[in-house]
Design a protein around this ligand. Structure first.
Ligand SMILES: [Zn+2]
Length: 390
């Protein structure tokens, strides 16, 4: 089967490499039957009320900032009094938006006025018009929703069928990251361009994005340095739902790019989240790879080398998905804080320490226990001591 693909044009800024591999069966755990994972989803540091430890870097950061530590809330009683909820929510929101918590060099995306947005959306529409002008022999259709501009030479009905998937994705992400409803996270709106004709797709990528897509890829998300997000796709032999899942996956990368700051996050987090959302919107999209991933963990007893640097196969995408699902299911608010920390410029190691009080190897151990593989371990090459900070 073919695959989706995401890259960043050379003049844009990458958030993470991405190859949405759908070529079922890699050398890692590919030749075995899938199994179901366990539904036990807790992160032990939480359930036992263990006070998280902090990395030296985080301690130093907190010492200079003199601000409430995110670990504070883990020390609170498990059941908060209702009257405190409002205040705590406000504190959490203030902390999330606190520029002083950003690592050096990390900047929040600038706020855009309604007038700015109107102007930018007009520019986005001009970009789409220029595509029609490039291909006068094709008839493109256009749909504008609250947060997306969809454009395609598919029929209007076909194009319209993808809009609900994007709306559902957007709603899920706002909920997960506790972003106020009806917030527009985009610069203007996100552009979703779907080419029914491969020649047009290739010409667009080359002429407008300075990019040559590899053979057999379905699409990608261009995450631009100015904040623009363009998901461009081509229709392949993927069926409608599979293509919708890839569009959701890619556009989730765009959301990650636009969330708070331009900071890059680890590939396994980015891919895991994109897969998680794609599978929420199109259930079962990554089920086979997920099952193969768990079977592979059972067979080999360790996370494949390099996974934490960048998931490199369809099965590793299944693993990123399952691990992310585990973390979110265990405690969505902590996952959100883990993610916010990354977007504030913390390393994965610092954020794991800050939120969960654990290192990567302990995360793997706890995850292994949750899926019924109690001795699961990291590949020694990915052990925390060997992790270089970006
Ligand atoms: Zn991806």
């Amino acid at each position: 089967m073919n695959m989706g693909y995401r890259r960043i044009a050379s003049w844009a800024v990458a958030c993470a490499g991405c190859v949405v591999l759908l070529n079922f069966g890699s050398s890692w755990g590919a030749d075995v039957d899938g199994i179901e994972s366990s539904g036990v989803l807790t992160i032990e540091g939480d359930s036992k009320g263990v006070s998280p430890r902090k990395s030296p870097a985080t301690k130093a950061k907190d010492a200079t900032e003199q601000r409430p530590k995110s670990t504070d809330k883990t020390k609170r009683p498990a059941k908060d009094k209702p009257e405190n909820d409002k205040r705590k929510k406000k504190e959490a929101a203030d902390k999330d938006n606190d520029e002083d918590r950003l690592a050096p060099g990390v900047r929040l995306w600038p706020e855009l006025s309604a007038e700015d947005q109107k102007k930018i959306i007009a520019e986005h529409k001009d970009h789409l018009k220029s595509i029609q002008e490039m291909f006068p022999q094709l008839r493109f259709n256009f749909i504008e929703t609250d947060y997306f501009l969809l454009f395609s030479d598919l029929s209007p009905a076909d194009l319209r069928s993808y809009a609900p998937y994007l709306d559902a994705m957007y709603k899920r992400l706002l909920t997960l990251f506790e972003v106020k409803a009806k917030t527009n996270i985009w610069r203007g709106k996100a552009l979703i361009i779907i080419f029914a004709h491969n020649e047009a797709y290739l010409a667009y990528e080359k002429q407008k994005q300075n990019h040559v897509p590899p053979d057999g890829v379905a699409g990608l998300c261009h995450c631009m340095g100015n904040g623009d997000v363009i998901t461009s796709m081509r229709v392949t032999e993927l069926n409608r739902k599979q293509l919708a899942a890839v569009i959701v996956h890619e556009t989730t990368h765009g959301f990650v790019w636009r969330y708070k700051t331009q900071a890059r996050i680890p590939g396994w987090v980015n891919e895991g989240l994109a897969e998680h959302v794609a599978n929420l919107i199109v259930p079962g999209f990554r089920a086979r790879d997920e099952q193969l991933a768990i079977r592979g963990l059972q067979q080999f007893g360790q996370i494949p080398a390099g996974f934490f640097q960048a998931p490199g196969s369809a099965v590793q995408y299944g693993l990123a998905y399952n691990l992310t699902k585990y973390m979110i299911s265990a405690n969505p608010k902590k996952y959100k804080t883990f993610f916010v920390n990354l977007k504030n410029g913390m390393t994965e190691e610092e954020s794991l320490q800050d939120v969960y009080g654990i290192r990567r190897d302990v995360l793997v151990t706890q995850y292994g226990r949750a899926i019924g593989i109690p001795n699961l371990r990291l590949d020694p090459r990915d052990a925390p001591a060997a992790v270089a900070k970006p």
